[in-house]
Write a protein of this length. Structure first.
Length: 215
């Protein structure tokens, strides 16, 4: 019963977010992504309608917990246009985030979407930071919802010793995600040490230490 309620709430969330979609509006009923095409457009070109099937609108990838056995103790599994071609031009997507005990989904932004999370189970400390550096944070629990406005830095941390999961809804078919630590310290080619040392007001040795810890 709890599972059904969760599913209903998430569908409502996804629909509500879609109402304020920022992705361009569609000009036809469906435009199932043809990911094999060489044509470059904003999004993906449409697959021939005669080849469209229910499978293009179906995905089982977030039915189970993702593998959280990693440095951060979290795993994001996207349910977006890259694995559901039928989402192309529809302006919505979802993700499931699983957390090991005390696991962290580290500070990141979504350049193309606002995010709403629905806590499937557990207890998380979540927050975002505005462009005037106000930190908005809260502990959220099973069945509760929290919003991360488009483009603002945010994170979620499991604050319990039990595994935790959330479902996230986005108003973009492909919200994109950029993690700050990874972007600054693991990019290729690397951001020069002197740039980071000056930005963080530390010596270059400390930058090198962080780089090594993340690589
Ligand atoms: C959570 O913040 C996510 O981006 O999936
Ligand atoms: Mn996010």
């Amino acid at each position: 019963m709890a599972g059904i309620n969760a599913a209903i709430v998430v569908v409502l969330l996804a629909t509500a977010v879609g109402t304020f979609a920022n992705d361009p509006d569609m000009l036809q009923d469906v435009c199932v992504a043809d990911q094999t095409s060489d044509i470059l457009v904003n999004g993906f070109p449409c697959k021939n309608m005669t080849k469209v099937t229910a499978e293009d609108f179906f995905f089982t990838g977030i039915s189970k917990s993702g593998d959280t056995d990693n440095l951060l103790g979290s795993k994001v599994t996207g349910a977006n246009v890259l694995n559901i071609p039928g989402l192309n031009t529809l302006g919505v997507s979802m993700a499931r985030v699983d957390f090991a005990p005390y696991g962290l989904n580290p500070p990141h932004i979504h350049p193309r979407a606002t995010e709403m999370i629905y806590v499937l189970k557990g207890e998380l400390f979540v927050g975002f930071i505005t462009t005037s550096n106000k930190f908005i944070s809260k502990v959220v629990k099973t069945g509760e919802v929290f919003i991360f406005p488009k483009g603002l830095a945010h994170f979620q941390k499991n604050v319990s010793k039990k595994p935790t999961s959330v479902l996230a809804a986005f108003n973009s078919q492909l919200p994109g995600a950029q993690q700050f630590a990874a972007a600054l310290f693991t990019s290729s080619p690397a951001v020069p040490n002197d740039v980071l040392a000056q930005a963080f007001n530390v010596d270059e040795h400390k930058i090198e230490m962080i780089r090594e810890a993340l690589n």
